[in-house]
Design a protein around this ligand. Structure first.
Ligand code: ADP
Ligand code: ZN
Length: 754
C-alpha cells in the first residue's frame, strides 16, 4: 500500500537502490550484500545478476547485483554509485547455485560468485586491450638459415594459419623473445587479433593442442576406434542408456575395477547424449594426469569437446568458455572448476575417479565439485555418473546399488599381489632385496615398472644422532624435508627453504641422520641398477606444470625398459600396457594420519597403483612393502577383498558417528597468540555445546605459518540444524574474534584435518 502524499509538501521519489555482492573472499562479509545507487549514466538495463564494478572501501571491485529495490528510507547522499555495468549478466541458475553454495558450505557469498563467474566476463575486464592478442603466422618460403635451434623449433611448430603468441610460448615453453626474433628475421608476421572471436579452425590447432609431448604420441594408435563392448560393459551401457531415455535426475555409481574399461562406457554415453542433441560435463581429478582420457574423447567425439585445464592461458580459457557458452562445444572436460562451465542442455555429468579428494577445494569457497554436480544434475534432470575402481566409503552408503565391472576386456588378468613384510627384511635400502630382484628381472625382460612412494624429497626429516632433535620449520610445527637435488631443507606446508645444517643446530655435537625416505632417495638407490635414460620421477617437485607431467609420462611410455618412481601421481588413471611390475615402496605412509579416512585412503592407493600393472597380455606383478601387513586396510587391498573392506569400514563409521551416517563440519580457530587461540577455541566449543549434541574438541593442531590453531569438529544427524546454528554463531562471533586477532574458518564436509 502506498501512503497518500502528505499535503503541501512534495515528497521525493523513492530512491532506486541496488544490492551488490562484492566479489571478495572475505569471510566477515558472510552472505552480505551492500546498497549502492545506480550508475550516474545509463544503468537502465540493470537486473539481478548484472556484473558491475563498485567502490568498496578504497578500492574498486567487481560485484554481482543480488537485488533491486526502491526505498524511501535510505538517504541517497550516503550511498555510493555503481561505477560501471558490464554487458554480461549471470543466469538465474548460476545466481541460485552461488547462493546454494554459500548456504551449504557456509562460505562467503562473494567467494561463491567468484567461483561461478568466469574471470573474462567480469565487468572490470570489459573493454580492456587484453581482448586483442598478438598473433603470428609463418611467411611462406623463408630461409631457414641463421636461425638458432630453438627458433627453428618454434617456427616449425607454428601452424600455417598462425597462432596467438601467448599460446605458442606457453605450449613450447619459450619466452616471447624467441618469437620476436623470428619476426625480426622475417620468418613470422605479427598482427593483432581479437581473442574471443577466433573461429574453430584456429581453435583446433591451438586451444585443443594439449600439453606438449602428447600431440602425435597417439598418432595412428586407433584412439578413435570404438571397442566392441564386453558383456559387462554392455550391461552397464544398457542400464545407463535406459536412464538417459527415461530422463529425470538420476545418480549412478560405476564401480569398475582398474582396467575394466570405464572410459569406453563414458564415450558411449557421451555419444548417445550428443546424438540426442544434449551436452555433458566430464570431471577428472587433474587434467595433466588424465591426458589419455582427454585424447580419447577428442579422437572419438571431435571438436565438440572443450577442455578446461590449468595450463591454458587466460585467453584460451576464455575462448574455450565462449565455445561452450555458444553451444559450439557441447562436452566439457576439466578438473574441479569445470563443473561451473555453462554446458548447454546438460544431460549427463560424469565424475571420473569419483573418490578423489581433489574434488574438494581447499580454499574459500570450500566446495566439493561432487556436491555441485549433484545439484546441477537435479536441477537439469540429468544423469550423474560416478566412475571409480575404489569408491569412497560414503558413496557406498546403504541403499546404493553400484553398477559393477570386474574383468579386463583386453583379456589381461588382474595382477598377482604379494606382500613384503619389512619386519623380516635385511638390507638398509628403501627397497627390500625381494623387490630389487623383481625389478632386475623386469629390466632384463625389457619391460616397465612403477614404484610408488607417497612422500617426496629425500628424507622427511633430519634427526640428531646425539640429542634426538628433529629439524623443524621456524614457522610451522612440521619437520623440514631434506631435498638432496636442490640441497635444501623445505617446509612442505609453508614452502620455507633453508640451508642444510652440517651438525645438529640444537646440540652442535653430532651429525644428522636422515629419516623417512622419499622419492628422491628411491631414485638415488636405483641409479646403480637402472640406466639414466630409463629412470623417471614424477612428483610435485619435478612437475612444475601440467605440460611437464605429460612430457614425463610421454617419454616413459616410449622407453623400454623403464622405471617410473613417484608419489600418488603415478597411481592415477594411466594406462601403460608395458608396465608389468608395480612396487609399493611403503604402504604405510598414510596409515597413521589423524584422519578418519586414513584406512580408506590407504586401501584406495594400494588398489589403484596395483591396477597399473599387467594391463595388456604380459602378466603383471605387484609387490607391497609394509611394516603392517596385518592392518586390515592393507591386508584387504592385497587380497582384493573390496566388499569386505567397505562393509567393515561402513560399520566402523556408523559406530564412531562419521560420514555417511553423519555430516561432519570442521571449525578452525587460528591466531598468532597461542593463549588467545586456546581461549577462543574453548569458548566457541562451549557455546556450540549448549545447542549441539556432538561437538568434539577443541584439539590442538600444529602451528602453521606462525599461527596457532584449534580444531572443533561438529557432527549431527540433522545437518541443516548444524548449519543454522553455525551460521548464527559465525555472525555473532566472527567480528569480536577478529578484534582479538582470531580467525574462524569453517569447512563443511572436510576432506582434510591437518
Ligand atoms: P579403466 O578406466 O576402467 O581403468 P580403461 O577405460 O582405461 O579402463 O580401459 C583399459 C584398457 O582396455 C584400455 O586400453 C582400453 O582401450 C581397453 N578396452 C576397453 N574396453 C575394451 C573392449 N570392449 N575391448 C577391448 N579392449 C577394451
Ligand atoms: Zn613452514
Amino acid at each position: 500500500m502506498t501512503p497518500p502524499p502528505s499535503r503541501g509538501t512534495s515528497r521525493p521519489a523513492p530512491a532506486r537502490v541496488v544490492q551488490v555482492s562484492p566479489l571478495l573472499g572475505l569471510r566477515n562479509l558472510g552472505r552480505g550484500s551492500f546498497d549502492y545507487l545506480p550508475p550516474d549514466h545509463g544503468g537502465d538495463d540493470l537486473c539481478v545478476g548484472s556484473l558491475v564494478v563498485v567502490p568498496f572501501g578504497r578500492r574498486l571491485v567487481d560485484g554481482v547485483v543480488t537485488s533491486l529495490t526502491s526505498s524511501n528510507e535510505v538517504a541517497p547522499s550516503r550511498l555510493k554509485s555503481i561505477v560501471s555495468v558490464g554487458s554480461q549478466s549471470l543466469s538465474t541458475e548460476m545466481m541460485e547455485l552461488a547462493e546454494a553454495l554459500a548456504g551449504h558450505y557456509l562460505a562467503p557469498l562473494g567467494a561463491c560468485f567468484q567461483a561461478v563467474v568466469p574471470t573474462h566476463r567480469l565487468a572490470s575486464r570489459e573493454g580492456r586491450p587484453g581482448r586483442q592478442v598478438s598473433w603470428v603466422a609463418p611467411i611462406g618460403d623463408v630461409l631457414r638459415e641463421g636461425l638458432t635451434s630453438r627458433q627453428s623449433e618454434v617456427l616449425a611448430a607454428t601452424p600455417v594459419e598462425g597462432a596467438a603468441v601467448a599460446d605458442l610460448c606457453a605450449r613450447l615453453h619459450v619466452s616471447r623473445t624467441v618469437v620476436a626474433a623470428l619476426v625480426e628475421k622475417g620468418a613470422l608476421t605479427a598482427t593483432m587479433r581479437s581473442a574471443l572471436h577466433l573461429d574453430d579452425e584456429d581453435h583446433s590447432s591451438t586451444a585443443t593442442a594439449g600439453p606438449r609431448g602428447l600431440e602425435g604420441s597417439e598418432g595412428g594408435t586407433g584412439l578413435d576406434v570404438a571397442h566392441d563392448l564386453s558383456e559387462e560393459q554392455a550391461r552397464v551401457v544398457s542400464a545407463l542408456s535406459d536412464d538417459l531415455r527415461l530422463g529425470g535426475a538420476r545418480e549412478r555409481l560405476l564401480w569398475g575395477a582398474t582396467g575394466s574399461g570405464k572410459t569406453e562406457i563414458y564415450l558411449r554415453i557421451l555419444s548417445e547424449v550428443l546424438a540426442a542433441g544434449g551436452g555433458g560435463i566430464v570431471l577428472v581429478p587433474e587434467i595433466a594426469l588424465t591426458v589419455q582420457l582427454v585424447e580419447r574423447m577428442r579422437a572419438r567425439l571431435g571438436n565438440t569437446v572443450a577442455v578446461l585445464h590449468s595450463a591454458l592461458t587466460p585467453t584460451l580459457r576464455a575462448r574455450e568458455f565462449e565455445r561452450i557458452y555458444q553451444g559450439r562445444a557441447r562436452i566439457v572436460v576439466g578438473a574441479r572448476s569445470a563443473v561451473f562451465a555453462p554446458a548447454r542442455d546438460l544431460r549427463v555429468i560424469i565424475l571420473d575417479e569419483a573418490h578423489d579428494s581433489s574434488y574438494k577445494q581447499d580454499e574459500e569457497p570450500r566446495y566439493d565439485a561432487r556436491w555441485v554436480a549433484r545439484w546441477l544434475a537435479r536441477r537439469h534432470g540429468a544423469l550423474l555418473l560416478e566412475g571409480t575402481a575404489t569408491p569412497s566409503v560414503e558413496s557406498l552408503r546403504p541403499g546404493i546399488e553400484p553398477l559393477e565391472m570386474h574383468t579386463r576386456p583386453t583379456g589381461a588378468n588382474a595382477p598377482e599381489v604379494e606382500v613384503i613384510d619389512m619386519r623380516r627384511q635385511g638390507g638398509s635400502g628403501v627397497l627390500a632385496p625381494r623387490a630389487v630382484a623383481a625389478l632386475r628381472k623386469t629390466l632384463v625382460a625389457g619391460e616397465q615398472a612403477v614404484v610408488l612412494l607417497n612422500r617426496r624429497g629425500y628424507a622427511a626429516y633430519l634427526m640428531c644422532e646425539e640429542c634426538g632433535e628433529v629439524v623443524m620449520c621456524g614457522d610451522c610445527e612440521i619437520s623440514l624435508t631434506y631435498h638432496r637435488g636442490s640441497r635444501v631443507l623445505a617446509c612442505h606446508h609453508c614452502g620455507r627453504r633453508t640451508a642444510v645444517p652440517v651438525v645438529c643446530p640444537n646440540c652442535s655435537a653430532a651429525a644428522l641422520r636422515r629419516g623417512s625416505p622419499g622419492t628422491e632417495r628411491v631414485v638415488d638407490e636405483l641409479r646403480g641398477m637402472v640406466p639414466q635414460e630409463s629412470l623417471f620421477r614424477l612428483d610435485s617437485d619435478v612437475v612444475t606444470s601440467g605440460a611437464r607431467v605429460s612430457e614425463i609420462l610421454g617419454r616413459f611410455r616410449e622407453t623400454t625398459p623403464a622405471v617410473l618412481v613417484g608419489t600418488q601421481m603415478v597411481a592415477k588413471g594411466h594406462d601403460y600396457p608395458l608396465v608389468t611390475l608395480v612396487l609399493v615402496a611403503d604402504a604405510d605412509t598414510g596409515l597413521y594420519m589423524p584422519d578418519f579416512r586414513a584406512a580408506e585412503r590407504t586401501f584406495q592407493l594400494v588398489t589403484q597403483v596395483a591396477g597399473r600393472a599387467g594391463r595388456s597380455q604380459a602378466p603383471g606383478q605387484v609387490l607391497v612393502q609394509t611394516w603392517n601387513p596385518d592392518v586390515p586396510c592393507i591386508r584387504m587391498a592385497v587380497a582384493r577383498e573390496g566388499y569386505r573392506f567397505y562393509r567393515e569400514e561402513l560399520a566402523t563409521r556408523g559406530r564412531l558417528g562419521y560420514p555417511p551416517y553423519r555430516e561432519l563440519t570442521r571449525i578452525v580457530v587460528s591466531g598468532a597468540r597461542e593463549e588467545k587461540v586456546e581461549a577462543g577455541g574453548r569458548h566457541l566449543a562451549g557455546k556450540l555445546r549448549t545447542v549441539l549434541e556432538d561437538v568434539r574438541g577443541p584439539a590442538r593442531l600444529p602451528r602453521i605459518r606462525g599461527m596457532g590453531r584449534r580444531q572443533i569438529v561438529v557432527t549431527d544427524v540433522d545437518p541443516e540444524r548444524v548449519r543454522l546454528v553455525l551460521e548464527r554463531s559465525l555472525n555473532r562471533y566472527r567480528a569480536p574474534y577478529a578484534r582479538r586477532g582470531l580467525d574462524i574458518m569453517v569447512d563443511v564436509d572436510p576432506q582434510w584435518f591437518n
